[in-house]
Structure formats: structure tokens, C-alpha cells
Design a protein around this ligand. Sequence first.
Ligand SMILES: [Zn+2]
Length: 85
Amino acid sequence: MLMCRDLAVVASDYIDGELAGLQNLSVKMHLMMCRDCRTFIGNLRASTELMKAHSSIRPDEEFMRRIDERVAEALKARKEDSGDG
Ligand SMILES: [Zn+2]
């Protein structure tokens, strides 16, 4: 039978859906019986979803970096242009 501390170890895998069928089932059964672990999983799931939402920022950062590069290039080109008065 799965214990609370065992559940804590596999909790993040359970949330990601990465547990094998049998292990997944024993986690579910434990959660049915144990309110503490239900709360624990609930909190962990909330923070995991928050992290996932944060990780979607990454493409934006890449996008912004490219814009920065373009702006820098444009400024450089301008300076070179204005050199020939
Ligand atoms: Zn428990």
C-alpha cells in the first residue's frame, strides 16, 4: 500500500501523467482515502500549472531579443548613413 511519503515522491510524475498504470492507480486510491494528500496534490498541481504558464514566456523572450537585435542593427545602419553628410 502506498504511504503518504511515497506519494510525495511520485506526486510530480502523477501530475504530469508519467506514472505507469498500476502506480497511477495506487496513487489514486491513496488520494481517495487521504485528505492530506489530496490537498498536497492540489497545491502541487496549482504550482505546476503556474510554472507551465511561466515557461510559455520563453518564446516571447526570444522574440523580444530578436527585436532588440534588429533595432540595434537599424541604429548602426543609421549612424553609418549619417556619417556621409
Ligand atoms: Zn496520504
